[in-house]
Design a protein around this ligand. Structure first.
Ligand SMILES: Cc1cc2nc3c(=O)[nH]c(=O)nc-3n(C[C@H](O)[C@H](O)[C@H](O)COP(=O)(O)OP(=O)(O)OC[C@H]3O[C@@H](n4cnc5c(N)ncnc54)[C@H](O)[C@@H]3O)c2cc1C
Length: 455
């Protein structure tokens, strides 16, 4: 039976999460030890880690918690940073700081699953790992280097040769890959709601539809204006990701927003599900036009992509992505989309999560960069450590803390995301697709040479 393309832009998760507890109603004046702005995964995890330590926290969100990236992603839990392998982190931050950050990133997947287990959050957690394959045989060495770096750090990783990767992904389209056992997948919104319930259970208060617009440090405390409400807090944490004006202007250079289209198919046949993901691991390859797939608990295939040109509609994107699923995964017929939605992912220069000092006892953090689930956990740990330390300078954070008006920061953000950023973004995506095509040709030559006994 043929189905019409879905017309609602609500995510699979928004349509299948059980409702959270009621959000709290703010009084005209609220007081707290810590005010957390942004009720996505970064803000809510920070709130929970602080509430666990006895801090009185309030969380406020401009909309419903979970309506931004945290409720619109694909639910892959990936314990690394998209473009920064351990060696690159050491090159950028120095031996000690680079190693510390790599360790923290590597532990972040487990951190999420441990938190879900601790609070018995029913979020369909898949804890059997995450697979990163390559479709191109000539790129194996590059991928092997990445695998080796994580292995050297003690991460639970396995190299997958062609046979192993075919067995684990049920398709012959990959040449090799690696598995990080500490990754996995989950229902991100059920996880977020579970965190929110835990925060409220520990006495924290969560306000929805309350956009913060002004942050002022006065008389040794923060005064946060949000419409008719004023919140006074000893410390402030902002996890507003792609915040807009007027708040954005108080948080330093804004990251770039990248529009991503996600879809979930109708549940596929049990035999196909068993073939494609016998271990249920999510898969993201290393193409520039990245190919990802995973199954949810009901055996829907979930995948995503980015539009290269502004005139590519969501529906056209969906048709392209469904065709790709059928082709790469060897499905007898093209699956149909049951859920189709978009989301905006924040991208920072160099794909590094960011912590900025907002003033005395105030910090803003951005984790996104497409690998944001695990990174939000790492960021939240750092933000909580900064809040809890007697002297913030003594907090052992994994991420560097930069000043709000850091000139280098402004320069890098300005250079990367200046007025031509939207055009640059399209050109980078277009170039990525062309490079994938070129890699396909290179691979053909590589394979021919190897099957002829060369190399
Ligand atoms: C389509 C898509 C797919 C993705 N897939 C994955 C994936 O599979 N795996 C992965 O690891 N990562 C993925 N990511 C990234 C991941 O979803 C994000 O990194 C993560 O959810 C960011 O969480 P956050 O709490 O920092 O931000 P958000 O979830 O964006 O939350 C920020 C919150 O701040 C609030 N806010 C903004 N301004 C104000 C204000 N003035 N006052 C009060 N509140 C305010 C917003 O309403 C929002 O709720 C994806 C992202 C997208 C968009």
């Amino acid at each position: 039976m043929s189905h019409a393309m879905p017309s609602s832009n609500l995510s699979l998760w928004q349509q299948t999460a059980r409702p959270a507890r009621q959000w709290d109603r703010p009084a005209a004046l609220e007081q707290a030890d810590v005010c957390i702005i942004g009720g996505g995964l970064a803000g809510m995890t920070t709130a929970l880690l602080l509430a666990e330590q006895g801090a009185a926290v309030v969380v406020l969100d401009a909309a419903e918690p979970g309506t931004a990236a945290s409720g619109r992603n694909a639910g892959f839990v990936v314990p690394n940073l998209a473009q920064l392998d351990p060696d690159a982190l050491v090159a950028r931050l120095g031996e000690q700081a680079g190693q510390r950050l790599a360790q923290a990133v590597g532990q972040a997947g487990r951190g999420i699953f441990d938190l879900a287990a601790k609070y018995q959050i029913d979020c369909a957690a898949v804890t059997s790992g995450w697979i990163q394959p390559t479709a191109f045989a000539h790129q194996q060495d590059r991928l092997y280097q990445r695998f080796s770096q994580w292995q050297a750090l003690g991460q639970q990783v396995e190299w997958l040769d062609k046979q192993a990767v075919s067995r684990m992904t049920g398709t012959s389209c990959f040449a090799a890959g690696w598995l990080d056992r500490s990754g996995g997948a989950l229902h991100p919104l059920r996880y977020l709601y579970g965190l929110a319930n835990a925060v409220q259970g520990l006495g924290g208060r969560i306000f929805a539809n309350l956009p913060a617009d002004r942050l002022v440090w006065q008389n040794n405390g923060w005064h946060i204006s949000a419409g008719q409400t004023e919140i006074r807090a000893k410390k402030l944490v902002v996890c507003a990701n792609l915040a807009r004006a007027p708040l954005a202007s108080q948080l330093g250079p804004r990251p770039l927003g990248l529009q991503i289209v996600q879809l979930a198919t109708y549940p596929i046949k049990g035999s196909d599900a068993q073939r494609l993901a016998p271990g249920r691991q999510p898969v993201s390859d290393i193409r520039r036009d990245i190919f990802t797939f995973r199954l949810d608990a009901e055996n829907r295939l979930i995948t995503g992509g980015m539009a290269v040109w502004p005139w590519e509609t969501m529906q056209a994107m969906a048709r392209r992505m469904l065709g790709r699923l059928a082709r790469y995964l060897g499905l007898a017929e093209r699956p149909q989309a049951e859920f189709l939605w978009t989301g905006e992912a924040a991208v920072t220069p160099g794909f590094m999560p960011v912590i900025r000092q907002l003033g005395p006892a105030g910090w803003a953090g951005i984790a996104c960069n497409g690998r944001g689930l695990a990174a939000t956990y790492m960021l939240a740990r750092d933000l909580a450590a900064l809040v809890l330390a007697e002297q913030a300078s003594e907090a052992a954070t994994a991420l560097p803390v930069t000043e709000l008006d850091n000139k280098a920061d402004r320069l890098v953000f300005g250079r990367s995301f200046g007025a031509l950023a939207p055009l640059g973004k399209q050109l980078i995506l277009w170039r990525g697709r062309q490079l994938d095509r070129l890699h396909g040709i290179q691979d053909y030559i590589f394979n021919s040479a190897h099957s002829n006994g060369a190399g």
